[in-house]
Ligand binder design. Structure first.
Ligand code: NAD
Ligand code: MN
Length: 356
């Protein structure tokens, strides 16, 4: 039996609570689907930095990178800042260190959850580029100044090629379960030179994937259409900061961050985490919706299963997705979805809905 080594970084705030929840579900799946998982916990958080000054290093990430996958809760506390004034966030450092160039953020309207807009059927995958774009200059040498500060948006051909190949591949995979097989690029080539290159490479990759439909929209108009007509989108791919924002608009359409999972992946590595942060406003109260984290754990199993050709992982991922679907349909629902259930109530409902 293949054993999977999973590095777990619970992080801050509700990160620790939703990670506990996902581990409860994963442990049930181990017995049910005959999986063997070994979890190694890594205590990195903004809270640790505040107490001890210790933050994740390149050596830590090399060590963590020996695992088969990383399960990540959430990191960052608004009032914990480094000397430059930036927040702590190992998720950003891991993207750079492991070259995780794409963040896959599926957004689906589940039965039993009200949409914020008039739409029956929302089922899209937002792919946010995660190593360059507006975050390209994070490590740039710069003079701290109180008068002027800059960030740098850089787009490279090589990264666009692999990002768009991923987008078309994902559209093709999704089509197997009934989605249209279509990719939309959201960009700003009317005003940004970097985006002119991005659009050009998108056209080239689209031409090489004629079986998958494609479209391009300016990010501003595309953002409006996402709210007024979300049903037109299948796979959406975009630059780093645009994707950060648009993926949360998309999450807002289907019930919010509490049901929005994500997977930061390269072709070799994956960090699986909910789209939300540490939610200090509800942390420690048992109110966090664990669904986003549980669905991120399912994405981890799917990714491991596909890479290793392990059908048990794929079956377990489907089992979790189905259990979440049925738990959301029949309740209990957490407060963010208009209910009054605790994190624990929701976890129990998901575990109960897993196949016996
Ligand atoms: P947030 O995602 O933590 O919270 C935004 C709002 O959504 C809050 O009202 C919160 O209560 C609610 N919310 C989020 N997840 C929820 C869940 N699972 N169940 C119920 N409600 C939920 O974003 P924020 O408040 O802007 O950021 C808080 C901290 O988290 C900051 O320090 C930020 O930098 C950090 N952050 C980390 C990540 C990450 O680890 N990947 C992502 C975003 C923000
Ligand atoms: Mn975000």
């Amino acid at each position: 039996m293949t054993r999977y080594d999973i590095a777990v970084i619970p992080g801050d705030g509700i990160g620790t609570e939703v990670v506990d929840a996902a581990l409860t579900v994963l442990k049930k799946c181990e017995a049910r689907y005959g999986l063997e998982m070994e979890y190694t916990f890594h205590d990195f958080s903004a809270d640790l930095y505040r107490r001890t000054g210790r933050r994740i290093t390149e050596a830590d990430m090399d060590e963590i990178g020996k695992s088969d996958a990383v399960l990540f809760g959430a990191m960052g506390l608004p009032d914990v800042r480094d000397p430059e004034g930036l927040e702590l966030g190992a998720q950003v450092e891991m993207r750079a260190h492991y070259g995780l160039f794409s963040s896959l953020r599926p957004v689906r309207l589940f039965r039993g959850v009200d949409s914020a807009v008039k739409a029956e059927h929302i089922d899209m995958l937002v792919i946010r580029e995660t190593t360059e774009g507006m975050f390209a200059g994070l490590a740039d040498v710069h003079e701290p100044s109180d008068e002027q500060a800059s960030d740098r948006m850089t787009i490279t051909r090589a990264n666009c090629e692999r990002l768009f190949a991923m987008a078309f591949g994902q559209a093709r995979e999704r089509r197997k379960r009934g989605t249209p097989g279509h990719v939309t690029l959201l960009h700003k080539s009317n005003a940004l030179r970097s985006n002119v290159l991005m659009e050009k490479v998108f056209d080239e990759v689209a031409a090489k994937n004629p079986d998958v439909g494609s479209a391009k929209l300016y990010i501003d108009a595309g953002s409006m259409l996402m709210v007024t007509n979300p049903e037109r989108f299948d796979v959406v791919v975009t630059e780093n900061i645009f994707g950060d924002i648009v993926s949360e608009i998309a999450a807002g359409l289907v019930g919010g961050l509490g049901v929005a999972p994500s997977a930061d992946v390269s072709l070799e590595r994956g960090v699986f985490q909910p789209s939300h942060g540490s939610a200090p406003d509800i942390a420690g109260k048992g109110l966090a919706n664990p669904i986003a984290m549980i669905l991120s754990a399912a994405m981890m199993l799917e990714w491991l299963g596909e890479r290793r050709g392990d059908d048990r992982c794929i079956a377990a991922a489907r089992g979790i997705q189905d259990a979440v679907e049925s738990a959301l349909e029949s309740g209990p629902r957490s407060r963010d979805l208009g209910g009054s259930a605790s994190t624990q109530d929701v976890v129990e409902a998901v575990v109960d809905a897993l196949p016996a």
